[in-house]
Design a protein around this ligand. Structure first.
Ligand code: B12
Ligand code: SF4
Length: 448
């Protein structure tokens, strides 16, 4: 039997295909490959940079689906359906809105693949594939499963190894899809499994794709202690409250952490309260000044993630957010428009208030474009929100800003390695900002 794994792209640019030059290994497909019994042949195609050979013989296709890639995933399935090949789908979007995904595939797996993948394959082999498998979230994710990385070889991914220590996060920020997926729970792998996985691959630069690697301080400390002897460099995502725990921070830095994606979200305490972001508290001084001081002290290169379009936001406050990010010389920053992902508290609120655009299903709508507002904001039009968020991205990633931010002595200039990382990744992300803005979802238009 042969299984074809597929990572769909978001879509295409107006006049050409979009090729993701900063693409990273699709970790979930490496896990699916590892879960697959050895008598099944596995191939993987990544739609972000290669053609999918629809006519190549295969028995079953498995596609990972995020909300951003749903439209394209459904197109890919359609091609296989025409050729009589069955498709199974899973992933974030399949968990958020399984009924929709089920309409576009032969089988949907809701939740993590680990508990049900082998049963599904066995059912398929015996001609009794079910329409839906619900996976109970295991107490420990990825138990005894080491990602199969051979399927990534030769695909031109960035030279950084993706892996996970934990999944989920115990907070409940109103816009967060992960919080819905994991029911505001946080699950850790045994540290020994993680160490084994690191030792079994060759790279010294790792990306822990955890939603919040510091969600459980004591477990994170256990991991960091075990990482120290490995002498690796790593990046991940973490919430601001980590800064209250000195021991945690010391171990984090000692274990090779270069920096984290941190959800700053907003510089307005009112907006922070609205989104239930309890990890970001306003101290006595200016918002985040103490936190930024500490992040510099620890030498972390921060990727500050902001969301724009909250009810308290105005055009001026969004511009001020960008000024704040440049002034504080963050290594990277994202200005993401507040997106109503299906089944999140934000989505339900916008729905109740009649503020969802694109018939409430922006991810499938033919007119929706990447980085466009899909809600009616309170203090500006949706068009203005789209424009001002793009303006922030353009300004933060301008050559002038890149040069200005480079000269931050505690972070970007701390070591030659950090400076080189800054110089490689900033121009790469700058390019992606322009290429992705306004990109069409899926490859087909209504006329195709
Ligand atoms: C790492 C990451 C990235 C990396 C991408 C890495 C890569 N490989 O390309 C970077 C930083 C580049 C990135 C970019 C973006 N990301 Co991102 N990212 C993540 C993150 C943190 C981890 C994803 C991951 O690898 N998880 C590890 C794997 C093992 O877990 P998994 O995918 O859930 O897979 C398990 C199950 O879902 C299931 N499963 C998954 N696929 C399949 C398929 C089948 C057939 C089956 C049966 C089961 C199954 O089994 C797997 C094993 O248990 C997630 C958060 C999250 N928790 O998912 C956000 C997340 C996926 N990203 C998100 C977003 C919005 C984006 C961006 C659009 C941001 C932006 N505005 O630019 C971009 C563009 C994404 C794109 N498609 O191009 C959102 C998506 C929301 C949604 N509803 O879809 C998430 C959920 C973050 C969030 N909290 O909202 N991202
Ligand atoms: S802290 Fe981050 S991962 Fe946790 S719920 Fe909030 S946005 Fe989601």
């Amino acid at each position: 039997m042969k299984l074809t794994l597929i990572k769909p792209n978001i879509g295409r640019r107006e006049h050409s295909l979009y090729v993701d030059e900063g693409r990273m290994e699709p970790l979930q497909l490496g896990i699916l490959a590892a879960l697959t019994p050895p008598d099944i042949d596995v191939v993987m195609y990544d739609d972000r940079m290669e053609q999918i050979p629809y006519d190549e013989p295969t028995d079953l296709v498995a596609i990972t689906v995020e909300t951003f890639t749903a439209r394209r995933a459904y197109e890919i399935r359609e091609e296989f359906r025409k050729r009589g090949v069955q498709t199974v789908m899973g992933g974030m979007h399949a968990m958020l809105i399984p009924e929709e995904v089920a309409e576009h595939c032969d089988c949907v797996i809701v939740g993590d693949a680990e508990p049900v993948w082998e049963t599904m394959l066995c059912d398929f082999k015996h001609g009794r594939l079910k329409k839906r498998y619900d996976a109970m979230q295991p107490e420990c994710p990825q138990i005894n499963v080491i990602t199969r990385r051979d399927i990534f070889e030769g695909k031109g991914y960035l030279p950084i190894t993706l892996l996970q220590f934990s999944r989920g996060c115990s907070h409940r920020c109103s816009f967060c899809a992960s919080s819905v997926y994991f029911g505001a729970h946080h699950y850790c792998r045994p540290v020994e499994d993680v160490i084994r996985e690191i030792k079994e691959q060759k790279r010294k630069l790792l990306f822990f794709v955890d939603d919040n690697i510091v969600c459980n301080h004591e477990k994170a400390k256990e991991l960091f202690r075990a990482l120290i002897p490995l002498k690796i460099h790593w990046v991940s995502q973490g919430s601001m409250d980590m800064l209250n725990d000195k021991e945690l921070m010391e171990l984090m830095v000692k274990s090779g952490c270069l920096g984290l994606v941190i959800g700053f979200e907003s510089i307005s305490p009112e907006c922070i309260a609205q989104m239930n972001k309890y990890t970001n508290k306003k101290g006595s001084g200016e918002m985040y000044q103490e936190e930024i001081r500490q992040l510099r002290k620890w030498g972390l290169q921060t990727w500050a993630a902001f969301t724009v379009g909250h009810d308290g936001d105005t055009v001026e406050s969004i511009r001020a957010t960008c000024d704040f990010a440049i002034k504080n010389k963050f290594t990277f920053a994202a200005f993401n428009i507040l997106m109503p992902y299906p089944n999140t508290p934000l989505y339900e609120k916008m729905k109740q208030e009649g503020r969802l655009l694109y018939n409430g299903k922006w991810w499938l709508h033919e007119d929706y474009r990447f980085n466009y507002a899909s809600i009616v904001p309170q203090n500006m039009t949706a068009e203005k929100l789209t424009e001002v968020s793009f303006e922030c991205r353009r300004r933060f990633n301008s050559l002038r800003s890149i040069i200005k931010r480079a000269f931050e002595p505690h972070t970007n200039l701390r070591t030659p390695y950090r400076f080189i990382t800054y110089l490689i990744y900033n121009p790469l992300f700058r390019k992606e900002v322009f290429k992705k803005q306004g990109m069409r979802f899926g490859l087909k238009t209504g006329k195709d």
